[in-house]
Design a protein around this ligand. Structure first.
Ligand SMILES: *[C@@H]1O[C@H](CO)[C@@H](O)[C@H](O)[C@H]1NC(C)=O
Ligand SMILES: *[C@@H]1O[C@H](CO)[C@@H](O)[C@H](O)[C@H]1NC(C)=O
Ligand SMILES: *[C@@H]1O[C@H](CO)[C@@H](O)[C@H](O)[C@H]1NC(C)=O
Ligand SMILES: *[C@@H]1O[C@H](CO)[C@@H](O)[C@H](O)[C@H]1NC(C)=O
Ligand SMILES: *[C@@H]1O[C@H](CO)[C@@H](O)[C@H](O)[C@H]1NC(C)=O
Ligand SMILES: *[C@@H]1O[C@H](CO)[C@@H](O)[C@H](O)[C@H]1NC(C)=O
Ligand SMILES: CC(=O)N[C@H]1CO[C@H](CO)[C@@H](O)[C@@H]1O
Length: 564
């Protein structure tokens, strides 16, 4: 324990905190129903050792600025509670930042807090009310209150309590509040914009898992298309790279440039039949080809999920997502993101197996709408109070189909535009060619995927923050958000960066414009394709697919689900 609070000295003239970084001081300033678990000061360049109980986010952030690290427990009902963690930097920028969670994880996201506190934000994260890894929802069994905590209650409650503590600790009002999260974190951001519009001035939502009632079942359905593993239609994981390579061969040029990046899969007329094995193949893996039943599976994967009554349930996996298919395919069971949802959240019990699947589960999921986790489309209150939303989704995402984001964006547009709202004024959506689920890119594409989105800094290193060498509002989505909120300069584009081997010590391999939807990056025709200066943002005519997904009833899709 620190006997003396050095932070008062580090902060210098006129910046003495209202109280010191210790458990008693925090406990005394907390409201009823909350308990301080720990509070300690860390010197500059320290590592915060994540408690071993945090199995959701076990990685310790390193090279932190001098800060006060606090953990608080808050009761949400008589028999449920959640915790939140708080990093209070000695050198505070006067602003507040909350970071989001992943999958079903219960844990405080200390790693993303580490990236956030380096900007100078007072940074928080909630454990969402339970302890688990991101693929595990056993905690939700017979525990609807815990599911409500995960769905939205813990984040809103943590933000409210933490803002109060931040202002008491520094003895000053905070100026602006921000949020950044990806996947479940993206969903949490959209729920906040919808239900608690006053919590944040700016929300960055990546690859949002917003459609809980359909998404979790789709996660399972995608795996089921490729099961059981002994069936003739099963495609072994070893063949995914061959499929990815053929997709790239056929689709790379459909955006006008051969650069190994599929910028616009919607414009590719992919012909899966070119992958068909010749008659005499003995070793399919080395021949890199598919049988006729395996091609049927491919059609399912690239086709939207549409129910027999023409209800559109979820969009397709994208052409170019093959490098990320390990998330939902390639195992001998569908992901527990789906099966645990059915067993423990919909309540069918631990003996339920994916072989018991039937379409009535979809109706049950819609009817129960567990925890009210699915985000809605009415963002009018957030818009009216001046809130800003930056939403992005990778076009190589193998965990959450990319166009579920386009569906969300289009439905917000349908909800608000007739009421006179200008979407571009408060809500901007960016598709990211070659970005997998939140972080990374397929190795054959090597696309620029880094722009300091949620979870991204941690993927480059435990001490990384912002965009090293390019820490400005053009390259860093959080700085772009601050520029929009605080100076009224809305981003039309973000520049994404790719370091060789995703290693900061290595050189920058390429950078690329990401454009605000419906614009997309178009090569100007001369100069290095890896230099963003040689690209511009331009609107192309909508493709057939975009027009189709604007209808929630899908009559005919690019790879129609005729085989369902
Ligand atoms: C910061 O900490 C790292 C260990 O995480 C250490 O290697 C490095 O030398 C330290 N830097 C300074 C300037 O003390
Ligand atoms: C904190 O440590 C880093 C090295 O890790 C150093 O670059 C920086 O100047 C230090 N900051 C302060 C305020 O001492
Ligand atoms: C929590 O308490 C409520 C009533 O207060 C009860 O209905 C519910 O079953 C309890 N849940 C658990 C997990 O104990
Ligand atoms: C699961 O199946 C086992 C064996 O058939 C049975 O003993 C157990 O009661 C079942 N559990 C539930 C929750 O139905
Ligand atoms: C269509 O069927 C699905 C289940 O297969 C159900 O969830 C959905 O509510 C149905 N929609 C309509 C409009 O009947
Ligand atoms: C569910 O969320 C909607 C907004 O998405 C809100 O209007 C409604 O009050 C919520 N219901 C409950 C029970 O939380
Ligand atoms: C360690 C490693 O993977 N190094 C690779 C970095 O990238 C270059 C090409 O861009 C490869 O040649 C190296 O093998």
């Amino acid at each position: 324990m620190w006997a003396f609070d050095w932070s008062n000295f580090v902060m210098g003239i006129g910046a003495v905190n209202a109280f010191t970084c210790d458990l008693t001081s925090f406990q005394n300033s907390l409201k009823y129903g909350a308990t301080v678990i720990s509070a300690k000061h860390l010197a500059n360049n320290s590592t915060f050792e994540v408690p071993s109980s945090d199995i959701g986010f076990p990685t310790s952030p390193t090279n932190l600025p001098a800060l006060c690290a606090v953990e608080v427990k808050v009761a949400s009902t008589a028999n449920s509670s959640y915790n939140f963690g708080l990093f209070l930097p000695d050198d505070w920028n006067g602003r507040f930042l909350a970071v989001g969670n992943s999958g079903f994880a219960g844990g405080i996201n200390w790693l993303d807090m580490g990236a956030g506190v380096k900007y100078g934000f007072a940074t928080i994260s909630t454990n969402t009310g339970h302890s688990s890894t991101s693929l595990d929802a056993r905690w939700a069994e017979n525990n609807p209150e815990a599911f409500i905590d995960w769905a939205y209650r813990s984040l809103h409650g943590s933000v409210t309590a933490a803002k109060d503590l931040v202002q008491k600790y520094y003895g000053k009002r905070l100026s602006f509040s921000y949020y950044t999260g990806c996947s479940t974190g993206g969903r949490q951001g959209l729920k906040e914009a919808e239900m608690f519009p006053d919590d944040f001035d700016g929300i960055v939502a990546g690859a949002p898992a917003w459609w809980t009632v359909h998404l979790q079942l789709w996660n399972m359905k995608v795996g089921m298309y490729n099961l059981p593993t002994n069936a003739p239609h099963h495609i072994p994981q070893e063949l995914f790279p061959a499929i990815g390579a053929e997709v790239l061969r056929q689709c790379d040029g459909s955006d006008g440039v051969l650069d190994n990046i599929i910028s616009d899969p919607r414009r590719c007329n992919f012909d899966p039949e070119t992958l068909l094995c010749p008659g005499d193949v003995k070793d399919q893996i080395s021949a890199r080809c598919l049988t006729s039943p395996q091609l049927d599976t491919l059609y399912h994967l690239y086709g939207d999920w549409v129910e027999a009554n023409q209800t559109f349930v979820f969009p397709h996996l994208e052409l170019g997502s093959e490098g990320n298919w390990g998330m939902l395919l390639g195992s001998d069971e569908p992901t527990t993101l789906g099966t645990d949802y059915v067993k423990y959240v919909l309540g069918l019990g631990s003996n339920w197996t994916w072989q018991d699947y039937n379409p009535s589960l979809l109706a049950l999921s819609e009817e129960l709408n567990p925890g009210n986790a699915t985000a809605g489309f009415d963002l009018s209150a957030f818009s009216k109070k001046g809130g800003k939303l930056l939403h992005y989704h990778g076009l190589s995402d193998g965990g959450i189909a990319t166009h579920s984001s386009l569906y969300y964006y289009n439905h917000v547009l349908r909800t608000l535009k007739p009421r006179g709202f200008d979407l571009d004024g408060f809500y901007r959506y960016f598709m990211v060619p070659g970005l997998e689920h939140c972080t990374g890119t397929p190795s054959i594409m090597n696309a620029p995927w880094y722009f300091a989105g949620a979870n991204q800094a941690g993927a480059l290193g435990t001490g990384v923050s912002s965009v090293p060498g390019f820490a400005d509002a053009e390259h860093d989505v959080l700085l772009a958000m601050m520029e929009w909120v605080e100076n009224g300069r809305a981003p039309d584009y973000i520049i994404a960066t790719k370091w060789n081997n995703d290693t900061l010590q290595d050189r920058v391999a390429r950078q690329r414009l990401l454009c605000m939807y419906p614009k997309q990056a178009i090569y100007i025709g001369t100069g290095d394709v890896d230099d963003p200066k040689n690209w511009k943002c331009q609107t192309l005519e909508k493709t057939h697919y975009e027009r189709i997904t604007e209808c929630s009833v899908s009559l005919d899709v690019q790879f129609g689900d005729i085989l369902n």
